[in-house]
Design a protein around this ligand. Structure first.
Ligand SMILES: [Zn+2]
Length: 201
């Protein structure tokens, strides 16, 4: 296994649409393993292949909340479902992104989704989920289409977050020794691809 280089915004690869994986092979499984390792090394809870420069429709997630919430998704399809109770169709929640270390934003996502995908063995899977797991899956699915969490904000907020991001990049450039320090500590939330629910953000 190996850790891969995570692409940082505005790397153009983050804006490209990823291609479907025609056949799940040993190479796919190797990529999935490397992506999990890269995600854990960066204290993330999700990572899409585009974030390591590979334009294939695959992402990995581990919310660390239950073993079922550790999963590789190949060629995923997500369908938005109506909520079960009187809840709203969507909800606002804090997110970060490994391609924007240090930046967080409140993003609206659908509450309840049905996911169809293949796992790293090429076996089809289908399930319905909600809450944080559903949020992370939607964030990662966006990456496969070149869509980033800042795109989900209204124009004024997006502008604000982009300015904040430029400032973070400038700080990192001015003090190269601080580049490591600009990646938040585990649990700080900012550097994770979608912060954990219990992370202070
Ligand atoms: Zn992300």
């Amino acid at each position: 296994m190996a850790t891969l280089d995570i692409r940082i915004f505005p790397d153009p690869v983050l804006r490209k649409e990823a291609a479907a994986i025609k056949r799940v092979t040993r190479k796919t499984r190797r990529l999935v393993e490397d992506m999990f390792e890269t995600m854990y090394a960066a204290n993330g809870v999700g990572l899409a292949a585009a974030q390591v420069g590979i334009l294939k429709r695959v992402f990995v997630v581990d919310t660390q909340e239950s073993p079922e919430e550790r999963q590789a998704f190949i060629n995923p399809v997500v369908e938005i479902l109506p909520p079960e109770n009187e809840e709203e169709l969507s909800e606002l929640g804090a997110e970060g992104c490994l391609s924007f270390p240090g930046l967080t934003a409140d993003v609206t996502r659908s509450r309840r989704i049905r996911v169809r995908a293949k796992d790293e063995n090429g076996d089809p899977m289908e399930f319905i989920t909600d809450g944080f797991f559903a949020r992370v899956i939607q964030h990662e699915l966006d990456h496969l289409n070149g869509v980033l969490f800042i795109d989900r904000l209204d124009a004024a907020n997006r502008q604000l977050k982009l300015m904040e991001w430029e400032e973070l990049l400038r700080q990192a450039e001015e003090s190269p020794d601080l580049v490591g320090a600009s990646r938040p500590e585990p649990g700080a939330g900012g550097g994770q691809d979608v912060p954990r629910e219990d992370a202070p953000v």
